[in-house]
Design a binder for this molecule. Structure first.
Ligand SMILES: [Cu+2]
Length: 143
């Protein structure tokens, strides 16, 4: 009887941790503005939602749409808007981290094709705990 109870507790514990993991990090609303003319760089914006109880860290991003991708922040330095690479982005439990124009963004460098309105391209975000999360980016005009 004691053994049976022990196994039940173990299984229940595994179920709870598996559910928490699945509910942890979600990537929503990914979009890019169309790239003008012969521009070779672009930006992607999105939201990262952490419904889990643990912090996670976005380490990097991959996409077939560009030769290289970086995490960037936009900073206002004495009235001049400048971009700075971010080595990682922390996502606190319960937090929604916004990547939006004028703020954090995914920088696409060396576009493999122009970003045309209505197109979609894949983006994979790599987290310390959640691992790889794939999303699809919609190319559309800023609202
Ligand atoms: Cu940038």
């Amino acid at each position: 009887m004691r053994n049976t109870a022990g196994i039940f507790v173990l299984l229940a514990g595994m179920t709870i941790s598996a559910a928490a993991y699945a509910e942890g990090i979600a990537v929503t609303g990914a979009w890019s503005p169309p790239s003008p003319g012969s521009a070779t760089t672009g930006a992607a914006y999105l939201n990262i939602v952490n419904d889990g109880a643990e912090r996670d860290v976005l380490l990097s991003v991959e996409s077939s749409a560009a030769a290289r991708t970086e995490l960037h922040a936009t900073l206002n330095e004495e009235g001049v808007m400048k971009m700075r690479p971010l080595s990682a982005v922390e996502i606190a439990p319960g937090a929604v981290v916004e990547f939006a124009p004028g703020g954090k963004h995914v920088m696409l460098m060396g576009l493999t094709a122009p970003l045309t309105e209505g197109a979609h391209y894949p983006l994979t975000l790599i987290f310390e705990k959640a691992g790889k999360i794939a999303t699809e980016v919609e190319v559309k005009a800023a609202e």
